[in-house]
Design a protein around this ligand. Sequence first.
Ligand SMILES: [Zn+2]
Ligand SMILES: [Zn+2]
Length: 290
Amino acid sequence: MADSSTKQNELNEMSPEDAFALLGDETRIAIIRALGMTPDDSLSFSTLRKRASVADSGQFNYHLGKLVNNFIRQTDADEYELTYAGMRVIGAIFSGTFNQRGTPRSFELDAMCSVCGSSLVAEYEHERVTIVCQACDDQISTFGFPPGAFENRTHEELPHAFDGQIRAHLSAVRKCFCLNCTGRMHGSIIPNSEYLLEDQEVGIEHVCERCDNRSITSIGVYLLSQPEVVAFHYDHGINLNTTPFWELPWLREENATVLSSDPWRVQLALKLDDDYLRLEVEDDLSASVI
Ligand SMILES: [Zn+2]
Ligand SMILES: [Zn+2]
């Protein structure tokens, strides 16, 4: 059994160098793009060739053959469809992750700084968005954002896209899942770092065991999907599913109290109107209302 499964792995795996080399040809990318136009459909040889605009049948057959079993699957009905890897290539092309460098830009968000009342600004450089209050000189959030995500989105739609990107990231981090490499992440409470606001004594860091990808959030941001936190906001007329976290004043004023540092025990007091919700976060990042 062990022998046959090892053989199977050898058949199914190729080196990253070989896999990326397979993509270095315009006809092959045209074929993948053509299938990506209707990713749920399989296409016959002739339809696919026509859609990919490859006049020479022999040349088309040669390049298609190189992609089959890796980026394209041949169905029982002798048609062609994208594999998961093929879909990831389409995603990488549209998001511009590998082939576009984002133009630096800066624009005001339709949201005010809860400390000074100035408009918050989104700055984009090196494929990262940083949300800042320039008047307070506070960095509220910074995260990777592929250049292709700006395409076909208006200024008004961009904050929703930023919020969506952050939520996807936070949701994965809470499950210790690395969105970069799918590896396991390990989370812990850490003392203040450059990614936290100056007066935040502690924050939460997740590190991927495999690719060393790091994510640092404040205690409050980490707890945004905690059921008691969602319910507390709902009771005060705030829907946390639709409100970007940079619009929440209490997050800017957050200063979690350290009850113990070995093991870590941290208390967060969250104030809305005149009501408080107090949570205690343990060393293993579990949280409960106190
Ligand atoms: Zn400000
Ligand atoms: Zn990773």
